[in-house]
Design a binder for this molecule. Structure first.
Ligand code: KG4
Ligand code: ZN
Length: 325
């Protein structure tokens, strides 16, 4: 079954064709990062206008790269939340227009579930349930227990800043630009983690908190005369330390069979290496391009929902504050 996926929840306009939920036939991403970098973060109004300009060429390229015609497509999957309302509307309206014109089934996909499904694009056959999923993105740091392909239970979330948000804000404080995660990672390579930033362990809870860490960085930066590389290395160390230790402990408490990482922060090399070194269970993580926002993960997620007999009506609406589990 070939699914066309469409993703416009934030600042990437993306479309992809995926066969049977795991074979990527095309994966096209038009990033707006250079435009938003000028403002130091995403400007929602600008993002939705850029989606409007990019969506048709991006979908056309996804179809051309996959060398398929509309007769070959069996269903359309689109992110309907969480995300920026104006951005989501562009993708959802494009998906509805295609589905209606071609008489194709439509499925609205949860962006967080799609991030998790990126793991099936490469590792699908080896993943065993139940598994523990850590979603670390710009807006979320969620721990989710996954009991089956479409069964999710949220165990914890961030109480303030998400991991990616904290990295983006830290990069701004250190003058490293946007997006902050890759900028901090690059700067940290030349530094030593000399500063011991506070870690919010929140014992007895699966929640995360990163705002205290960010404030601590701000106070340190105010003092001046600190090396940006050493500060970036120390900040990255603190975030990775909390994410890895809390997730590995939760996996052991719950007796799951594997751990799945996903979301933009999962592209971080130190996070990936630490998980591999620390976890006794198999740890799955998509390749970097499938960690950050893309539409192949949306198509894969749509495939499993179609397989479960689920469809959305052509009155599908966006849900900017949607959560998972
Ligand atoms: O999943 P994503 O592309 O979009 C959302 O759904 O939010 O995640 C974006 C987040 C940003 O905060 C970005 O700074 C972070 O992922 N990120 C990284 C890396 N690449 C992207 N954080 C740490 N290391 C990276 N290499
Ligand atoms: Zn995302």
């Amino acid at each position: 079954m070939k699914v066309l996926g469409i993703e416009t929840s934030c600042d990437e306009t993306a479309a992809a064709v995926v066969d049977n939920g795991n074979s990527i036939m095309s994966n096209v991403i038009a990033s707006q990062v250079d435009i938003h970098a000028r403002y130091g973060g995403i400007v929602p109004e600008v993002a939705s206008r850029q989606h409007l300009l990019a969506i048709v060429p991006v979908v056309e390229k996804a179809m051309a790269d996959a060398a398929v015609s509309w007769q070959d497509i069996n269903g359309i999957a689109v992110t309907f939340g969480p995300g920026l309302a104006g951005s989501l509307l562009v993708g959802v309206n494009m998906a509805k227009a295609i589905a209606m014109a071609r008489g194709l089934p439509l499925i609205g996909v949860n962006h967080l579930e799609a991030h998790i499904c990126a793991n099936w694009l490469e590792n699908g056959k080896a993943v065993e349930f139940p598994c523990l999923c850590l979603i670390v993105s710009g807006g979320h740091s969620d721990l989710i227990l996954m009991k089956g392909q479409t069964q999710f239970e949220k165990l914890g979330q961030t109480r303030d800043d998400a991991a990616g948000e904290a990295l983006d804000k830290a990069a701004r404080i250190l003058g490293l630009g946007y997006p902050g995660g890759p900028a901090i990672e690059q700067a940290a390579e030349k530094g030593i983690p000399l500063w011991s930033f506070p870690r919010a362990w929140l014992k007895g809870s699966y929640d995360f908190s990163f705002s205290g860490l960010k404030t601590s960085l701000w106070h340190l930066a105010q003092k001046g005369q600190v090396s940006v590389a050493d500060t970036a290395a120390s900040f990255q160390e603190a975030i990775v330390d909390v994410l890895v230790n809390k997730t590995v402990e939760a996996a052991s408490d719950l007796g799951v069979k594997s751990v799945l990482l996903s979301g933009g922060v999962a592209a971080n090399h130190m996070l990936r290496e630490r998980f591999a070194a620390r976890s006794l269970l198999p740890v799955f993580v998509p390749s970097s391009i499938l960690c950050t926002d893309n539409a192949a993960m949306v198509a894969a997620c749509g495939y499993y929902r179609f397989q479960a007999g689920e469809f959305s009506g052509y009155d599908l609406d966006v849900v900017p504050g949607l959560s998972l589990g």
